[in-house]
Ligand binder design. Sequence first.
Ligand SMILES: [Zn+2]
Length: 416
Amino acid sequence: MVSNTEPAKGLPLRARVAASVSRTAAALSRAAGRGDGSVIGGWIGLKIDPDLLAHLAAGRQVALISGTNGKTTTTRFTAAALGVLGKVATNSLGANMPTGHTSALARAGHTPYAVLEVDEHYLSRVIDATEPHVVALLNLSRDQLDRAKEVAMMAALWRDALAGHDETHVVANADDPMVVWAARAASKITWVASGQRWHDDSWVCPECGAHIERSGDDWFCTGCELRRPRPQWYVEGDAVRTETGERFTLTLQLPGRVNIANAATALAVAAHFGVRPADAVPRLAQVTSIAGRYATVVRDGRTIRLLLAKNPAGWLEAFDMAEPVPTLLSINARDPDGLDTSWLYDVDFSPLRGRRVLITGDRAMDLAVRLEVNGIPFEHVKSFAEAVAAVPPGRLEVIANYTAFQDIRAELDRVN
Ligand SMILES: [Zn+2]
């Protein structure tokens, strides 16, 4: 990354100084080996100019991507699609709070477009600061029980965040009742049938408290008029059907139906900037692993694939992506993971039945108890290296939560 890019022309003096200091601090932090520096750089910049994010966003057409799962991948797909039009600033390293956004925009210099991944809790603040052209809302489900807001509260925050931003176009998942309820606060909405494998956070209507019924792809509240809107974009197998009825088969390097859905959302967002899907589809096929997610590495004759799963909905998606081959599960409960592992009981591990399952991580014993309850045989290994040695040459799938995933990446010498 370049750290000496010219600041965007026309910034107020205070913002120019703040942006410059922000980039310098980020560069120093990188030079000191303290990560990519985007958080510290953004933090210092915002201390000097609290409106720095708004100043840096001014003059750019912005897309924001938020949701519990899939936002890093969807951000990368959307940035790739908007690349058809010109240069795009993006927080591709996943620093998804205002400090990270500030740093990403300062570092990028002047670009006509920006695509930002936004932590769900900060969506309101970032909408106010960046006045986005499009906001994509992917899904809402339970995450980090000890500190995240409840799903219904988060949906209410999103709803409030969208109210009063009549110029912002919302692209939202028609299959998630919580997202639909929140998105209806917007005046311009495009619905994408992105799917929802995880239903356990949306049985109760956020509008009236009645039960939500499901029938095939359809869903509706039994107590009020909240129901699945008719989607303009939807996924058909490995293809995306657009709002004009065109059909594009996607050849992605990332696995699973969920990534086809993420790509569909990215195409729908890009379409609102004037990108034709036919021009964007080949760019989506170029997107490979993101910060090690879905990376495949070969080690001692084993082909190892890394799947990150941070919460119950993410684990269900990972089971769907994982091939029926030996599978290593690794769980930690350090600060970035959330300290409470009781979510393990929200996940049905039975899709792993019939595979050879190995477990490791700080909280392997919690996982062991959970697998016992599910009747899944497993072997405990002390380390990732021991797991690799324990399986025969061939495929090994690894599913890990956040810090467990980072530990394994470190062991694999920062694969990318
Ligand atoms: Zn209702």
